[in-house]
Ligand binder design. Structure first.
Ligand code: IMP
Length: 190
C-alpha cells in the first residue's frame, strides 16, 4: 500500500490556479453586489468545503451582508461518492424568515446534498433563495437544480484544494487540482 507523498507532491495536475480562482471570486462578488444592491443579503455557507470560498467571496462583496454557517454530512457512501441522505451537523444560528439568502457552496456534483439543503432552507420562509457555487460538475447531476452563480464548470474528475478534501486532507491547497492515482490506493484517514 502506497502512502501519500506530501501536500503538493500528491497533486498530479493543477486545474485552477490561485490567480484564476481569485479573479473568478472577485467577478462573482461584483455580480452579487450589483444584483442584491439595496437588499438584505444573508450568505449561508456549507462547511467545511466552502470555507475558503466563503471567506474570499464575502470580502469581494461590497454591500452589507450577514453570514451564517451550516455543516452537513452525507450518510454512508464512500469518500468520493455522495449518498444523498444528508445529516445536519450544524444548523443556522439565526432566523432567515423574510431574508434574501444565498447558499455558498464549494462544488455541486450529483446535486443530492444541495437538493436537500434547498428544501430544508425553503421551509424556513426566506424572501428569496439562490445558489452560488465555485465549481459545477454537471456530468454527474442526478437532480435538476437551478444554479444562479457558477464559478467554473469542470469535467467529471475528483478534485481537491481550496476547501475540497480527499479523506479530510488537501483542503489547505490554494489551488484546485487532481490527485495522483497512487494517493487513492492508500487508505484515507477520514
Ligand atoms: P453532491 O451531493 O454529489 O452534489 O456532492 C456534494 C458534496 O460532495 C460537496 O459539497 C463535496 O463535499 C463533495 N464532493 C463532490 N465532488 C467532489 C470533488 O470532486 N472533490 C471533493 N469533494 C467533492
Amino acid at each position: 500500500m502506497s502512502r501519500p507523498a506530501g501536500l503538493h507532491a500528491d497533486v498530479a495536475e493543477v486545474l485552477l490556479t490561485e490567480e484564476e480562482i481569485g479573479a473568478k471570486v472577485r467577478e462573482l462578488g461584483a455580480r452579487i453586489s450589483t444584483d442584491y444592491a439595496g437588499r438584505r443579503l444573508t450568505l449561508v455557507s456549507v462547511l467545511k468545503g466552502s470555507l475558503p470560498f466563503m471567506a474570499d467571496l464575502m470580502r469581494s462583496i461590497d454591500i452589507p451582508v450577514r453570514i451564517d454557517l451550516m455543516e452537513v454530512s452525507s450518510y454512508g457512501g464512500a469518500t468520493t461518492e455522495s449518498s444523498g441522505l444528508v445529516r445536519i451537523l450544524k444548523d443556522l444560528s439565526a432566523s432567515i424568515v423574510n431574508e434574501d439568502v444565498l447558499i455558498v457552496e464549494d462544488i455541486i456534483d450529483t446535486g443530492l446534498t444541495l437538493n436537500y439543503l434547498i428544501r430544508y432552507l425553503r421551509g424556513k420562509a426566506p424572501a428569496s433563495l439562490r445558489i452560488c457555487t465555485l465549481l459545477d460538475k454537471p456530468a454527474r447531476r442526478l437532480v435538476e437544480i437551478k444554479v444562479d452563480y457558477v464559478g467554473f464548470t469542470i469535467p467529471d474528475q475528483f478534485v481537491v484544494g481550496y476547501g475540497l478534501d480527499y479523506g479530510e486532507l488537501y483542503r489547505n491547497l490554494r489551488y484546485v487540482g487532481v490527485l495522483r492515482p497512487e494517493v487513492y490506493s492508500g487508505t484515507p484517514e477520514a
